[in-house]
Ligand binder design. Sequence first.
Ligand code: ATP
Ligand code: MG
Length: 183
Amino acid sequence: MRLKSIKLAGFKSFVDPTTVSFKSNMTAIVGPNGCGKSNVIDAVRWVMGESSAKYLRGESMTDVIFNGSRNRKPVGQASIELVFDNREGKLGGAYAQYAEISVKRVVTRDAQSSYLLNGSKCRRRDITDLFLGTGLGARSYAIIEQGMISRLIEARPEELRVYLEEAAGISKYKERRRETENR
Ligand code: ATP
Ligand code: MG
């Protein structure tokens, strides 16, 4: 499974539709302070279902929408689309058969989020389920941010266990069991 591209529009500093393509297995994003490097990472976590504004360095969820600059008006919505190469069928369930998987999230000023999987409307849960057990996901270990290493070193055993369970691929089954028990 490989991230092929990110399409951003109206998200934070990316007001105009922008496509970032990842052509090889290693890509570095460089640029001066404040140019939007971290915004790209925020975009990836946001589209995978991050629901805490604080984790996206904002105060409310609509803070991800471009809020205007000296010569541009604010816009009404933000959208991000991730396109994955899924030829190995790692992104699973009913979608394992697709060679390419697109995951999209749109938020409007009234704070309504909608999610799309390969162009069809779906629930946030369908997106979080898709990534469960792959190491990807809004709060998983595929994205290692500043401060995360020291948080891991200092983590309590119960917190570390969550990462181990995700790496071992059992978090998916635990989540299903928890849901069944709560029914
Ligand atoms: P550094 O090297 O300092 O870490 P960076 O490249 O990671 O910088 P980001 O934090 O990604 O920079 O981008 C910050 C920029 O994004 C700021 O200029 C900020 O004004 C802009 N920004 C954030 N949210 C919005 C928004 N909702 N609308 C418009 N611009 C925004
Ligand atoms: Mg940064």
